[in-house]
Design a binder for this molecule. Structure first.
Ligand SMILES: Cc1ncc(COP(=O)(O)O)c(C=O)c1O
Length: 414
């Protein structure tokens, strides 16, 4: 699977993959006839099942998956616990609307509150929607501090989604330019505390949003000193600090939340991708101070936090918050990073290695898509993060042997 970072660019360049069998490779004519909108260049073939850390295509070929549905499938495929949770959830209510409370949503919110800095939780259906919600909550809160406080600042290299507000907070000209005008009052600033000190006017600034590890922007781990200084600055100027942990949260870094690595607490935190085991769900976690400014009618969504999806998310959360599970991600992840650095040394074909836990990026000499496509041909799914960075997001259940297998394939390709 190549891409990910650019869903509009696709997963793989079919021309660069070893010729797949007719069953996996629709002809150009067949692809052109697809009734699906052409906003993705999809890989050839179709996946029909999964088994642990493997995806299996229509011909029975197994692919070792270091993409995990772009950081969604934390528990891999056909996980027995997740299956049982899905079956049990299907025996219960699927939807009742947010006019009524249901136990799974209450329980999920209670667990997230208990395990984090937050006092209140809002549920929605995707990452972009979670960030859009966080922007609204930030503005609602900020206006209680000053009439003109409304500006939202995002960082250079950020990716926060593709809706109008989140697109304005996403530093990708290619995604932005065709859709201008974007939402006003949202700007991108360098990852530099002096630039932010200038940009954050206490009279007008409402929020700063950051990814502790920028995923689509090249797997860039934000410097802890920088994040702590930004926390101090935002506190001093009464600006909400939002951590977007949609890709790096819920165990991927070896801690339940990535902010735990930084010795700071955000005012809001957004989640999505792995939270409901592949079902669509997003969440905004927030402090009581921000929550207290939100009144009925200020925001809403029909499906958010429904009983079916929340019941499954309760299972996922119980698994990824288990201390032994997190320890294994942290230890295997550190080992994986060390292996990547050794591969860089041995091959001389990697310019930089960045990451944490089960989220790694490495810069290659040629294009990332070349490596991604070669890996696909060799039976390993990887994705890119920018033109020159190959990104690895294995399921969090991948064992060290399975990680080693994938890294071995990569070394051969390099
Ligand atoms: C850090 C981050 N924020 C937001 C999003 C948007 O999430 P979604 O695609 O669910 O809207 C993504 C998706 O890749 C992401 O990685």
């Amino acid at each position: 699977m190549s891409i990910s970072i650019e869903p509009s660019a696709s997963v793989i360049n079919p021309a660069r993959v070893a010729p797949p069998s007719p069953a996996t490779a629709p002809s150009g004519a067949e692809q052109a006839e697809s009734p699906l909108l052409g906003n993705y260049k999809r890989a050839p073939g179709q996946f029909v099942s999964g088994d642990g850390v493997y995806l299996i295509d229509a011909t029975g070929r197994r692919f070792l998956d270091f993409v995990s549905g772009i950081a969604v499938n934390a528990l891999g495929y056909a996980d027995p616990g997740l299956r049982s949770a899905l079956h049990a959830a299907a025996d219960g209510l699927v939807h009742v609307s947010n006019l009524y409370a249901t136990a799974p949503g209450e329980q999920l919110a209670a667990t997230l509150v208990q395990q984090s800095f937050a006092d209140k939780v809002f549920f929605c259906n995707s990452g972009a929607e979670a960030n859009e919600g966080a922007f609204k909550f930030a503005r609602r809160w900020a206006r209680t501090k000053g009439d003109a406080k409304h500006e939202i600042v995002a960082l250079r290299g950020s990716f926060h989604g593709r809706l109008f507000g989140t697109l304005a907070a996403t530093d990708r000209p290619g995604y932005r330019v065709p859709f201008r005008p974007l939402a006003p009052g949202i700007t991108i600033v360098e990852r530099d505390i002096d630039d932010l000190a200038v940009a954050l006017n206490p009279e007008t600034a409402a929020a700063v949003i950051l990814e502790p590890i920028q995923g689509e922007g090249g797997v860039r781990v934000l410097d802890a000193g920088f994040v702590r200084e930004l926390r101090a600055l935002t506190k001093e100027r009464e600006v909400a600090l939002i951590f977007d942990e949609i890709q790096c949260g819920l165990g991927r870094t070896g801690k339940l939340f990535a902010y735990e690595h930084y010795d700071v607490e955000p005012d809001m935190l957004t989640l999505a991708k792995p939270i409901a085991g592949g079902l669509p769900m997003g969440a905004v976690l927030m402090t009581r101070e921000i929550a207290s400014t939100i009144k009925p009618g200020d925001h809403g969504t029909t499906f958010g936090g429904g009983p079916f999806v929340a019941a499954v998310a309760n299972h996922v959360l119980s698994r990824v918050s288990d201390p032994a599970f997190l320890r294994s991600v942290a230890e295997n992840g550190a080992w994986c990073g060390a292996q990547l650095r050794e591969i860089a040394h041995r091959t001389g074909r990697i310019r930089g290695v960045r990451g944490m836990g089960y989220m790694w990026g490495f810069d290659v000499m040629g294009t990332a898509s070349h490596v991604v496509n070669e890996a696909f041909a060799a039976g390993l799914l990887t994705c890119s993060a920018g033109d020159y960075t190959v990104r690895l997001l294995p399921p969090l259940v991948a064992t060290r042997d399975e990680l080693a297998l994938g890294l071995g394939i990569l070394e051969e390709i390099l």
